[in-house]
Design a binder for this molecule. Structure first.
Ligand code: PMP
Length: 442
């Protein structure tokens, strides 16, 4: 009898999905975002997208890259197109150590594992450390792609408050104590200390030793995710957490923002023992990171003034940050709040009380502007009053136009509220119903 009863369908699957009964339990965490449909509209040219976090690589010297790739095929083609080491190309790993030196890290190439973007590094680290039900501590809000990984491995995410100086030490201390008092295992603290995605803030230098001390005392690893570290506008790179703690920190880096994301080259720098496990995990996932991409990145670093290129990127992003912040200053209603990032791609904006960003999104898209609602960046449904605005991709003029349209939508929402009372749901309950991992969003 029972086989005739309708079986419960995991969320995210559809009636058309004939495989629904066969999926592993962990796929329940893999759901498409309900806002994905809107994003196909948002990518139309008439929409100003302040949503995506795509690096703006229009300034890359394609002739230089083209020459390097051509030379690579001609001179080392049979190596570049062959399988390689599971840990990654030895020369590239040395160059990665040179890059990390800019943030105070002294590392040995043996401790570097090259990955398919730093996204894969987040996946591999979670794969080797986390069993279902293990706790991962994340900032509130946190990177949507990492939350997707943690969900896929069935981890429980505990969020910890940030302020304009980054992760709040006392809040971290309290969260660790609370989780440990409940007899639960914390596998690591996942943090983006520099030019945070999505919050736009950086962990202040005076907090860094304290955060390390808290994690050391509690015997909790730190997963330091740092793809934006070299993209500060007017400041020297921050000293990495890993620079002052070799054993308790796994550091993740990427060439996606300093060069180009299409090569998909990132890395993990890990304590020696962990590095061995990571390589085994890498081999089982991909056999080896792509040789061609690695050698192309390596040739680019070798031949080109890549530091000069990063400087150009920083100037280009600073101009866009200025355009966005000026437009917000000029036009946003007084009750809205936002931060002024000193690097990276993102502004985190909190709407006037009572407004709900996700509820507003369809109307925003109709008004030809898109953003990512704050709920996408929380594992627990919070963030409904906030949104992430990216300034990395559109031109300064388009950014200004996007903000003008967004302000129009916010003003309409405020009027509706005035007229109909609580026309939109109130935070934070309104945000319940996590958007889920969203591969369209970086
Ligand atoms: N971490 C953070 C904080 C990111 O913002 C991103 C991409 N935007 C990544 C990791 C992954 O980047 P990639 O895989 O391209 O290196």
């Amino acid at each position: 009898m029972s086989e005739h009863l309708p079986r419960p369908r995991p969320s995210g699957s559809t009636r058309l999905d004939g495989y629904v009964d066969r999926y592993a339990a962990r796929t329940r965490g893999m759901t498409a975002s309900e806002i994905r449909a809107l994003f196909s509209v948002a990518s139309r040219p008439e929409v100003v997208s302040l949503a995506g976090g795509m690096p703006n690589i229009s300034g890359l010297p394609l002739d230089v890259v083209g020459d390097a790739v051509e030379e690579l095929v001609r001179a080392r083609g049979t190596v570049a197109m062959q399988y390689g080491s599971g840990q990654g190309d030895p020369r590239l790993r040395e160059q990665i150590c040179d890059v990390m030196r800019l943030e105070g890290i002294e590392a040995h190439p043996d401790d570097v594992v090259v990955t398919v973007g730093s996204q894969q590094a987040v996946d591999l680290v979670t794969r080797i450390f986390c069993d279902p039900g293990d706790v991962v501590i994340c900032e509130a809000p946190s990177y949507v792609g990492a939350l997707g990984v943690f969900k896929a491995y069935e981890c429980d995410v505990v969020h910890v408050e940030m302020d304009e100086h980054g992760l709040v030490p006392q809040a971290l201390r309290d969260a660790i104590a609370h989780v440990q008092a409940a007899g639960r295992r914390i596998k690591f603290v996942y943090t983006i200390p520099n030019y945070h995605n999505p919050a736009g803030v950086s962990l202040s230098p005076h907090r860094r030793p304290e955060i390390l001390e808290i994690c050391r005392e509690a015997d909790v690893l730190v997963l330091e995710d740092n793809p934006y570290g070299l993209l500060g506008f007017d400041e020297e790179p921050y000293r990495a957490l890993r620079a002052d703690e070799a054993d308790g920190v796994i550091y993740l880096g990427s060439f996606s923002k300093t060069f180009a994301p299409g090569f998909r080259v990132g890395w993990a720098l890990a304590p020696h023992a962990v590095r061995e496990k990571l390589v085994l995990a890498q081999e089982s996932a991909t056999l080896c990171p792509p040789s061609f991409s690695q050698l192309a990145v390596s040739a680019y670093l070798e031949r080109h003034d890549w530091r000069g290129q990063v400087k150009q990127f920083r100037e280009m992003y600073r101009e866009r940050r200025d355009a966005m912040v000026e437009a917000l200053d000029d036009m946003m209603p007084a009750a809205a709040r936002w931060n002024v990032p000193t690097g990276g791609f993102y502004v985190w904006l909190t709407l006037p009380p009572g407004l709900d960003a996700k509820a507003m999104l369809p109307r925003a898209v109709t008004s030809r502007v898109a953003f990512v609602p704050g709920t996408a960046f929380f594992a627990d449904g919070f963030g409904s009053q906030s949104m992430r605005l990216s300034y990395c991709y559109p031109t300064p003029e388009r950014i200004r136009e996007g903000v003008r349209r967004l302000v129009g939508v916010i003003e309409e929402e405020l009027e509706l509220r005035e007229t109909f009372g609580t026309a939109v749901p109130l935070a934070p309950e309104a945000g319940r119903g996590y958007d889920g991992p969203h591969t369209d969003l970086t």
